[in-house]
Design a protein around this ligand. Structure first.
Ligand code: AHR
Length: 568
């Protein structure tokens, strides 16, 4: 699994990257910083080791080029997704107003409190596949009078014998108003996904009217007022379908282009809000879906009505959420790392039609999807625990989005709570943050920053996968952004056992002070549980940097944030 050869992997962060020669760094370095300490350490012990100097020269380099901006990192890249699926809504987000569990108008208080500090810029709802059957009219009006409907996921093997539970027969207690109030409570913009599979465009337009038409102006605005919400919601983001190549209707790209046009063009009521329509894009590397859809949309003269093109990418590997081998670890990270080429490849294909790149990428479902063995409750379909492996997936992926700030306008982790790659697990009154939550908290400082090109050079990680195939992965991965004099550098070290002593140079700026926040664990299989919620938690400490030069050692199997203050 290890390769200490000199063949450094060059990670090109941003456009037109060029290799960084070792001599570029030598002149910048003075004795300073943090040493390699050998084995994997939990964050607290790691930071105690800060200050000891390594015996060997750094084997890795990071060069941050302040003069080469990529684009503003859209806060919406740090978005989330909730679906009426398993324990996400019922038991996760929604506990009900009469619950003994602390809540704000029915929404779990602990969830609101935990989300607010990490800036969840946007929240997607109600699905996913659930959206492809959902009639929004079921979820408005007096809660006690709303219909119960069979959930899309009701017949899933894991839950079909569990009786009349809300996960199978949805009581519609959580509808548009409840969702909007949740978004307001956490400071997120709502992103509503419409049903293109079983409802006509007129019902979609009525939903827009319900949400956005001024008080007293339309019948739907009156209904909203009767629901206690006189003022319009001002919803900007609208998904036109979901996975229209699959659960969203099994359309061909050409058929879906026609649907997209019918839903999004000609007199859609906007009430002064710049509506942003998001098309149902490809699954992973399905270039044919992107290419044929864009061509068909051009033929229908409707490219201008689209704001975002939604890519879905779930990574997976052998093993289970907690039990996995070293090979499974690397396989999962490599699968997550595909995000890099998915973004660049689809971007190229989009350009064949959209030469100016008016349409941006929206990765509205991403995350690590494991075999279902660790859900907290049987009804929590796809519920899974989360370890440092998932935290690394989160760090790798968010860094990838940052590096493509010019292309990615929004992204939504699937899914927020009790599900696939969740930030939280909950069960009745119990609630816990997973390691991935901490990654989002660490990366939150990138939101709204200017992404700057960052060149990372580190020894490649090699391993042998199934059928004895040789694989490799960049040793270090990262991204940087600048807000005034505050430079944020986030880095993942994928290697299971080797720390990476790294020379860090800031081109065009002088380092004044550095604070490091590190997330790592005693064992890569450690998890946070209701009983022991802080087994995997980050630690923060300041780092010594002298004469503007910084040497920092990234622990094995870690996610790190360096907050670098630059001089005047
Ligand atoms: O996130 C779970 C499911 O994965 C979503 O409902 C669907 O869009 C995707 O296939």
């Amino acid at each position: 699994m290890t390769d200490r050869s000199d063949s450094a992997a060059l990670l090109e962060n941003g456009a037109d990257a060029r290799p960084v020669g070792r001599r570029d760094f030598v002149g910048l370095l003075a004795a300073s910083g943090v040493a390699a300490v050998g084995a994997r350490l939990p964050a607290a012990e790691w930071l105690r080791a800060v200050g000891a100097r390594g015996a060997t020269a750094p084997d890795s380099r990071i060069e941050i080029l302040l003069g080469e901006p990529i684009g503003t990192i859209a806060p919406e890249i740090y978005g989330h997704f909730i679906e009426h699926l398993g324990g996400v809504i019922y038991d996760g987000v929604w506990v009900g107003e009469d619950s003994s569990i602390p809540n704000v108008r029915g929404v779990r208080q602990a969830l609101i409190d935990a989300l607010k500090p990490i800036g969840p810029a946007v929240m997607r709802w109600p699905g996913g596949c659930f959206a492809d059957w959902y009639d929004w009219r079921d979820g408005v009006g007096p809660r006690g009078e709303r219909p119960r409907r069979t959930n899309t996921w009701a017949e899933s093997r894991e839950i079909r014998d569990l009786g009349n539970i809300p996960q199978r027969f949805d009581p519609n207690a959580f509808g548009t108003n409840e969702f909007i109030r949740f978004c307001r409570a956490i400071g997120a913009q709502p992103y509503l996904a419409s049903n293109v599979r079983t409802l006509p465009a007129s019902v979609f337009h009525q939903w827009i009217e319900y949400c956005n038409s001024p008080a007293g102006s339309t019948t739907w605005a009156d209904v909203r007022g009767q629901d206690g919400e006189c003022e319009p919601f001002g919803v900007r983001f609208w998904g036109v379908g979901n996975e229209s190549w699959g659960c969203g209707g099994n359309f061909t790209p050409e058929e879906y282009a026609s649907e997209f046009r019918r839903y999004s063009t000609w007199a859609v009521p906007n009430n002064g809000i710049p509506l942003a329509f998001i098309g149902s894009g490809p699954s992973g590397g399905d270039m044919d879906w992107s290419r044929r859809f864009f061509r068909a949309l051009r033929e229908r003269n409707a490219v201008n009505s689209m704001w975002g093109w939604a890519l879905h990418h779930y990574c997976s590997a052998g093993g289970e959420a907690i039990k996995y081998s070293d090979t499974d670890w690397y396989d999962l990270l490599a699968s997550a790392n595909r995000m890099e080429s998915l973004i660049t490849d689809h971007w190229q294909v989009m350009r064949e039609v959209d030469r100016e790149h008016r349409v941006k990428l929206v990765v509205d479902e991403w995350g690590a999807w494991h075999k279902m063995t660790t859900n907290v409750e049987p009804q929590h379909l796809f519920g899974q625990q989360s370890t440092m492996r998932d935290a690394l997936v989160a760090g790798l992926t968010l860094d990838t989005f940052n590096r493509h700030a010019d292309k990615v306008a929004m992204a939504n982790l699937a899914q927020l709570i009790n599900c696939i790659h969740s930030l939280f697990l909950a069960d009745g009154p119990k609630f816990v943050k997973t390691p991935s939550y901490h990654v989002f908290a660490m990366h939150a400082s990138h939101q709204g920053g200017q992404g700057v090109r960052t060149v990372v050079s580190a020894p490649t990680v090699h391993w042998t996968g199934a059928q004895n195939a040789a694989h490799s992965l960049w040793g270090l991965n990262g991204s940087a952004s600048l807000k005034e004099r505050s430079l944020i550098l986030t880095v993942t070290n994928s290697h299971l056992t080797e720390p990476r002593e790294t020379e860090i140079a800031v081109r065009g700026g002088k380092i004044r002070s550095v604070v490091a926040t590190v997330l790592t664990a005693h064992s890569i299989h450690d998890v946070n549980t209701f009983e022991q919620p802080d087994v995997v938690a980050p630690t923060t400490a300041s780092v010594r940097a002298s004469s503007g030069a910084l040497v920092y050692t990234f622990p094995a199997a870690s996610v790190t944030k360096l907050e670098i203050m630059l001089s005047g």
